[in-house]
Ligand binder design. Structure first.
Ligand code: VG1
Ligand code: CO
Length: 604
């Protein structure tokens, strides 16, 4: 092993940190010593490594939300904050991890590179044999899922706060994905939380920082770190799903053009490799394709508000035929046509309806489909039409994993710009883009160049004509005071408790009102309090939820849905069509009264 000057410097840094943290050992830590002794016995598993037992004290509130632990970057940068959570995870997993391989990467946000070094030392110190890490600590969330699956890793850690802004003043996050590449289920995240409340010692291998800028293997005794190209395994997975030749031929058409907005986040290198190098699109089609630690000061959330630059391009004249954006970690997507927005609830339904005909991976038909509860019922209609099983899960991708593992779900999605398939166990922004391009390629197969191209809008309108349209909108009220949001939720609970089927709410008649509860059909686990629902006799719905991904305050989400099969109404603007039911939602919740907010921060 060669140690560079930099690495030697880093070694001192680790030791300094260890020395610094020792004085924090108070009376409460005497118990920790006993644990440390136990830990050091177990550490013999990886030969040739010295493991330091760094005393630490629990931090409050290290509780996993909808998708991992997300906090302000500054909180994460406190001494041992990240290490405490990771150690708690490894402790929760127990002996299972000894001698295993761990995947690692992140969305490139501020503190990710430092975070990777801490995690590598903890992985080695806790008995992992190997860490497979993306070059420069980069790895899109769907790519991490693909990596875990392809390389049969024990699991992986993804450092990301997804669509939340990054940088020292904003957010950082981490989550664990399990052996199948799926986000850890609640039984694991609950265990991690339990450990974070009592963590007292960190087992850190005494090794220098690893150079993550170069692809290759570095060994420390029996432990090794492999730095990999973060696109490679993911690309191989996508090639097993899509017909790359068909896509390449389609993108070569002179009458078709596209723009992909990476929003200065992780998908830049993916879009360049996949769309440009593999599929032959011009390099100029990738917008803001260099990952930046603070996403260039932006909010890497692909919706009509935060991806406004892309929206401007798609509503200009002449506009490209196809536009897409993805979020910080590459699992969300927004699909646009020329002056046309595809609602994500429609997107998953349209992909499901066309999957068998247009995407080789699904050519045998779909095993089933699933959507999160607040997502519109457009997918339900496709499931009924295809006669395949349908599932309604709570918000968060972790609930789809069991269904997919059991072979009951091929395509699934969430209204929050999440779409995916069972090729991996995460939502997948580039999968959605390639799915749409496959649909367009296949529908335009017989259209001669210069002829009338079937557009994104044509595909969507044809879908509504066949199935009817589920108008859908989501109002987000970001960073409300938590106390105000909780009062509103309490109020809604009391309304629900008193409500009876047949009650009138404006022009709508109540069919049922409840707090959504889910029982996993595979393992029987229950998730309760997953969203307050008002379901009306015409199938319209009003849903309220508090976000579980924010890092401060409370974000209230209001979801509104109304179905029509009336051909005269199909082309209405969604906000216009939903006007009356939105009014009911605001009245019944007294949202303005409780929060003082007169308008939402983001409308989808
Ligand atoms: C939000 C979305 C949810 C999504 C989650 C993680 O959660 O509503 O559908 O799965 O973010 O997506 P919440 O609890 O804030 O509503 V990501 O791209 O942030 O990992
Ligand atoms: Co994301």
């Amino acid at each position: 092993m060669r140690l560079t000057q930099q690495a030697l410097g880093a070694r001192r840094t680790v030791q300094d940190r260890v020395a610094k943290s020792c004085p924090r050992m108070g009376a409460g830590h005497s118990k920790g010593r006993g644990k440390a002794a136990k830990a050091s016995a177990a550490m013999a598993a990886v030969a040739g490594l010295t493991v330091k037992h760094v005393p630490t004290k629990p931090y409050e509130g290290q509780k996993t939300g909808t998708s991992g632990l997300r906090k302000k970057t500054k909180e994460f940068m406190q001494e041992n904050y990240l290490a405490n959570w990771v150690q708690s995870l490894f402790t929760a997993l127990g002996d299972e991890i000894k001698g295993q391989s761990l995947g690692l990467g992140g969305d490139g946000r501020y503190f990710g590179k430092e975070g990777a070094q801490i995690i590598i030392k903890l992985a080695a110190g806790n008995g992992f044999k190997k860490v497979v890490v993306g070059q420069n600590a980069l790895m899109a969330t769907p790519a991490a899922s693909a990596l875990i699956r392809r390389r049969k890793l024990y699991g992986g850690l993804i450092m990301s706060a997804s669509h939340n802004p990054g940088g020292p003043e904003n957010d950082f996050g981490i989550k664990f994905n399990y052996t199948g590449g799926e986000p850890a289920p609640e039984r694991i995240t609950d265990k991690i939380y339990g450990e974070t409340t009592k963590v007292s010692v960190l087992s850190m291998a005494d090794i220098p920082d690893v150079d993550l800028s170069k692809v290759g293997v570095t060994k420390f005794g029996d432990f090794e770190v492999e730095v990999v190209d973060p696109v490679e395994d993911y690309l191989a997975t996508l090639k097993s799903v899509f017909d790359f030749d068909l896509l390449k031929g389609f993108l070569a058409r002179k009458d078709f053009s596209l723009v992909f907005d990476s929003m200065h986040a992780v998908t830049g290198p993916y879009a360049k490799r996949i769309l440009v190098e593999e599929l032959g699109a011009p390099a100029s089609c990738v917008k803001d394709g260099v990952p930046s630690p603070d996403f260039n000061g932006g909010h890497p959330d692909p919706n009509l508000t935060y991806a406004e630059e892309l929206v401007k391009i798609m509503w200009s004249d002449p506009a490209p035929a196809f536009g897409a954006a993805s979020d910080g970690d590459g699992d969300r997507n927004m699909i646009l046509g020329n002056k046309f927005f595809v609602n994500p609830s429609d997107s998953v339904a349209i992909i499901a309806a066309n999957a068998q005909a247009c995407i080789p991976y699904f050519k045998g038909g779909l095993k089933g489909v699933a959507r999160s509860m607040p997502t519109s019922g457009a997918l339900d209609r496709v499931a009924a039409d295809l006669s395949v099983p349908f599932f309604e899960t709570p918000t968060g991708w972790k609930f789809f994993g069991n269904l997919m593992d059991a072979g009951k779900c091929s395509v699934c999605g969430e209204e929050s710009f999440g779409t995916g398939g069972d090729h991996i166990r995460e939502k997948d922004g580039i999968f959605a883009v390639l799915s749409w391009l496959s649909i367009l390629a296949s529908k335009n197969k017989d259209v001669p160049e210069g002829g009338q191209l079937v557009t994104v809008q044509d595909v969507s309108v044809a879908h509504w004509k066949k199935y009817g349209r589920n108008f859908f909108s989501r109002y987000d009220y970001e960073e409300c005071a938590s106390a105000d949001a909780n009062k509103m939720v309490d109020h809604l609970r009391s309304v629900i408790a008193a409500a009876k089927p047949g009650d009138n709410f404006g022009e709508f008649t109540l069919s049922a009102a409840d707090d959504f509860e889910y029982t996993d059909p595979i393992d029987g686990s229950k998730a309760s309090k997953q969203g307050l629902r008002f379901i009306f006799t015409d199938g319209s719905r009003i849903i309220f939820r508090l976000s579980g991904t924010g890092s401060s305050g409370a974000t209230i989400r209001l979801y509104i849905e109304q179905y029509t099969s009336d051909p005269a109404k199909l082309m209405l603007d969604a906000q216009e069509a939903l006007g009356p039911i939105i009014k009911v939602a605001l009245e019944v919740s007294k949202l303005q009264e409780f929060t003082g907010r007169t308008s939402p921060t983001v409308i989808t």
